[in-house]
Design a protein around this ligand. Structure first.
Ligand SMILES: [Zn+2]
Ligand SMILES: [Zn+2]
Length: 227
């Protein structure tokens, strides 16, 4: 499925792939890579090829977000310093590659991100905000001029990212929500599910207020929930 949010293109390949955001020749999150034929066809429909891309920014080192990195043949990969070793060492458990039955090829990221860095995403200036909790190196990316927040798996339209997985930390996620609650956010473009097109700040404030409960691994609500 393909959808336009202003100039940004959102591609959703399957229930397990992360959302893939495209602007110009840059990408935020690459999906699992399992559905790359479909991805290639969809890109063709917007007159792009997998060879065209310059940069893939991974919001965190989970397989459903970086498994497809290599299909963007000429793109550099950017990821936060705290999640970079997961890619570089090809850590199967921390990356959830095992969980997805995915093949992880160790790869040294080209660009290592820190809190406060700025990135050019298809001509849109994005500030890197370190928002650990779902993973140690999870980032959110904020464009102040348009009040757009790419929130990875930290914030969704209807909840927050899971912390019942390797590297998850509910207390850290709670701190990260407070950090995001200080931003003037209009649109939230999350790592899974529906985007929030208006009043994003209210969604974040409500989630920050609700807090993060340490997840119970037996919790049935988590069956099939995105990682
Ligand atoms: Zn994740
Ligand atoms: Zn995910």
């Amino acid at each position: 499925m393909i959808r336009r949010i202003g100039d940004i293109v959102l591609i959703q390949l399957s229930d397990i792939d992360s959302n893939i955001y495209i602007l110009g020749n840059d990408v935020i999150d690459a999906g699992t890579g399992f559905n790359f034929t479909r991805l290639s066809t969809i890109l063709g429909s917007i007159k792009k090829s997998l060879k065209d891309f310059r940069l893939v920014i991974n919001t965190h080192a989970h397989f459903d977000h970086f498994g497809g990195n290599g299909y963007f043949l000429n793109a550099k990969v950017a990821i936060h310093e705290a999640d970079a070793p997961v890619l570089e060492n090809g850590e199967k458990e921390m990356s959830m590659a095992d969980f997805f039955d995915g093949n992880i090829r160790p790869r040294k990221p080209d660009i290592i991100l820190k809190d406060g860095d700025t990135l050019d995403f298809g001509g849109m200036k994005l500030k890197v905000i370190h928002t650990p909790g779902h993973t140690a190196g999870s980032i959110s990316l904020f464009n102040e001029a348009k009040s757009i927040l790419f929130s990875g798996d930290t914030v969704f339209s209807d909840g927050v990212g899971r912390t019942d997985i390797p590297g998850g930390n509910p207390a850290m996620l709670e701190e990260s929500l407070k950090k995001l609650a200080g931003l003037k956010v209009k649109q939230i473009l999350p790592g899974h599910g529906e985007p929030v097109l208006e009043n994003g700040a209210k969604v974040i404030a409500d989630l920050a207020k609700a807090g993060v409960n340490p997840a119970d691994e037996e919790d049935e609500d988590l069956i099939g929930a995105p990682v």
